[in-house]
Design a protein around this ligand. Structure first.
Ligand SMILES: [Zn+2]
Length: 288
């Protein structure tokens, strides 16, 4: 049941791709035609990871998911003790509570299972989980992307989070060399596969889709992160589609994702004033 039944939301969709551990300088050197297309249709903005917590996946993805900084959601590392997700939950759960179907796909267990004190994301309408530790991170991301393409191409999920973890795993294993570039290029191809499935929807021309791609943190040259060197603390966010302009608003960071998800679905952010981040989508997108 929608809180605002006068607002038509069924033809609005937002997809957030979370790609783990992608250095901006390596991204610029890699061949990423699908991300380039998103940037060309919208923008890609660089920003610094919050100084609240080490540059680790747990706090960064929790900030993306909840729209709150680590000092509020309480996740400061990759083991989630004493977090406050029960109070400041993920935005996709908010969307689901308001009556719209959600999809979350991920191969990093703490995001979607009880591993390490998770999940960061409360159960969505449809969950896709592949265990990267068991299947290998390339295969697991492939399964998540395939399932996301099926779900978003054929189903009706208004808000989706699609996590791709292989680049981070490769950087940890072998550093930021050619294998890391190749993993980033595979992640880009997976983003492209999901977008192509969406654009093949028979109803696509009449729908409003907003796309975001965001990384959590970077890496040092040898692989590894947690500190604040130039390429560890640098993150980036790209967006295009319904409601997104050709330049990033000032102040874009991880906290921008949650209010953008709500605004892209037509929720008036004046009613979301507890979210401190800058939305990438201004006034609600006009519904058709
Ligand atoms: Zn990592």
């Amino acid at each position: 049941m929608s809180e605002r039944p006068e607002m038509k939301t069924s033809d609005r969709y937002v997809v957030v791709f979370g790609v783990d551990g992608v250095r901006l300088d390596t991204l610029r050197a890699a061949r990423t035609p699908h991300l380039d297309a998103i940037e060309a249709a919208g923008f890609l903005a660089e920003f610094e990871v919050s100084t609240d917590a080490p540059t680790l996946s747990g706090p960064c993805w929790a900030s993306v998911a909840t729209g709150m900084p680590p000092r509020v959601h309480g996740i400061f590392g990759n083991v989630f003790a004493n977090h406050r997700l029960g109070v400041f939950g993920d935005v996709f759960a908010t969307v689901r509570r308001r009556g719209l179907p959600t999809f979350v796909g991920a191969a990093w267990a703490p995001l979607v299972t009880t591993a390490h004190g998770g999940p960061v994301f409360a159960p969505p309408t449809r969950l896709s989980y592949a265990d990267g530790e068991v299947l290998g991170h390339d295969a697991a991301d492939g399964l998540v992307a395939d399932d996301a393409a099926r779900a978003l191409g054929q189903g009706d999920f208004n808000a989706s989070f699609v996590y791709l973890g292989e680049p981070d795993e490769v950087a940890h294993a072998v550093g930021c060399g050619s294998d890391y570039v190749a993993a980033i290029e595979r992640a880009d191809a997976r983003v492209g596969r999901v977008r192509a499935a969406i654009e093949a929807r028979p109803t696509y021309p009449a729908e409003h889709w907003t796309f975001l791609v965001v990384t959590d943190h970077g890496h040092v040259d040898a692989g590894g992160h947690g500190g604040r060197s130039r390429w560890e603390r640098t993150a980036w966010l790209a967006a295009c589609g319904a409601g997104v302009g050709g330049a990033a608003p000032d102040g874009v960071n991880h906290l921008s994702v949650a209010p953008t998800v709500l605004a892209a679905l037509g929720h008036d952010l004046r009613h979301e004033s507890h979210l401190p981040g800058v939305s990438l989508v201004g006034d609600p997108v006009p519904a058709t």
